[in-house]
Design a protein around this ligand. Structure first.
Ligand code: XLS
Ligand code: MG
Length: 342
């Protein structure tokens, strides 16, 4: 814990630099090395996809054995699994999505794979299931039925909630990529959908900075929305330079003021006090050499903590007063000067 916050990242955040347009440019760190990097950089938790932990095609006893081994590696390093996310978007059956696919086999696959992810989550010691519905959208409007897609989305969530009465689902919504348009593009959409499930109290959100920006929204406003509903159970902090592809840059590196706004709100409403992690989802620049390919994690954490200091140094009464007289020019100047160290 530093300044009251616990930090996490996923093993995919340290990678070889392969992208849709080119091959790897660095050697992969081993799983154990990645855990050691987490310890060295003072992280407390690891985020997982189901298959980051174990080959999901193994038999149940084999899965149990393997997950136990991984759990021991975490315990030995004083690390915790923050969540498990079913990676439902890579199977050949799911080229056009899973639970919204027109192919009933793909829909069945989604349900089964998610049950497996839930079993793995239980074994690794977390009740948090993160759902990024990668391909649950369309390339062109008439390819799928947009109303039916939402009904199927709810049915999928219900099956998971029913399968295990203890898990919680954290929806991580994203408006596009790889699809042209996602059926459930934002936090608000997902919470509306959650209210129609069999256990709305076990459905919340994980908000990723870049995803909000890609939806043309302010990440801190999305966070405020979820906080007001008591539903901000996870975050993926990063940064993004406008409406492009999902860049997953170091937190605060593109737009420090936007990063500040997120920390300001998280700090004000006690994010983390119920065990929530400050999660990162950041990509290494392709140009980094292997031995310096985790600076994005180190600096994201560092920038977050520096912003916490700035937030804590603010004269809240002054901000309240300026809000009262509606002198927003002065608020902007005050905060900008603080960010510039004045
Ligand atoms: C992709 C998502 C993904 C999730 C985990 O855009 O951010 O990485 O965080 O499935
Ligand atoms: Mg993410």
């Amino acid at each position: 814990m530093e300044k009251g916050y616990r930090f996490s990242f996923g093993p995919w955040n340290i990678h070889t630099g392969a992208d849709p347009f080119g091959p790897p440019v660095r050697e992969e760190f081993s799983f154990d090395e990645k855990l050691d990097i987490a310890v060295k950089l003072k992280f407390d938790g690891i985020q997982f996809h189901d298959d980051d932990i174990v080959d999901v095609n193994l038999s149940l006893p084999e899965i149990e054995k393997k997950v136990k081994e991984i759990k021991k590696k975490l315990d030995d390093r004083n690390l915790e699994a923050e969540f498990v996310a079913p990676r439902i978007w890579e199977h050949p059956l799911t080229i056009d999505g899973t639970f919204t696919s027109n192919n009933p086999e793909a829909r069945r696959y989604a349900a089964e794979r998610t049950k497996k992810a839930i079993d793995i989550a239980n074994l690794i010691g977390t009740r948090n299931i993160v759902l990024w519905p990668a391909r649950e959208g369309s390339y062109n409007r008439e390819s799928k039925d947009a109303k039916l897609a939402i009904d199927r989305f709810i049915e999928y969530l219900n099956r998971a909630l029913e399968y295990d009465r203890n898990i919680r689902i954290l929806g991580e919504m994203k408006p596009n990529e790889p699809m042209d348009a996602s059926f459930c593009p934002t936090t608000g959409h997902f919470l509306a959908l959650a209210s129609r499930t069999i256990s709305p109290e076990r459905v919340g959100v994980l908000i990723e900075t870049a995803h909000s920006i890609l939806a043309g929204l302010e990440p801190s406003d999305e966070m405020g929305f979820a906080l007001s509903f008591g539903k901000l159970w996870g975050i993926h902090l990063n940064d993004q330079n406008g409406l492009k592809f999902d860049e997953d840059r170091t937190f605060g590196i593109v737009n420090p003021k936007r990063a500040f706004s997120q920390v300001y709100l998280l700090e004000k409403y006690g994010y983390g006090k119920n065990g929530e992690y400050v999660g990162l989802d950041v990509k290494v620049l392709r140009t980094q050499k292997k031995e310096v390919s985790f600076k994005h994690l180190q600096y994201s954490r560092e920038i977050f903590l520096l912003l916490v200091d700035i937030v804590r140094s603010l004269d809240e009464a002054k901000i309240e007063e300026l809000r009262k007289i509606q002198d927003y020019e002065e608020i902007d100047y005050y905060i900008t000067m603080k960010l510039l160290g004045k």
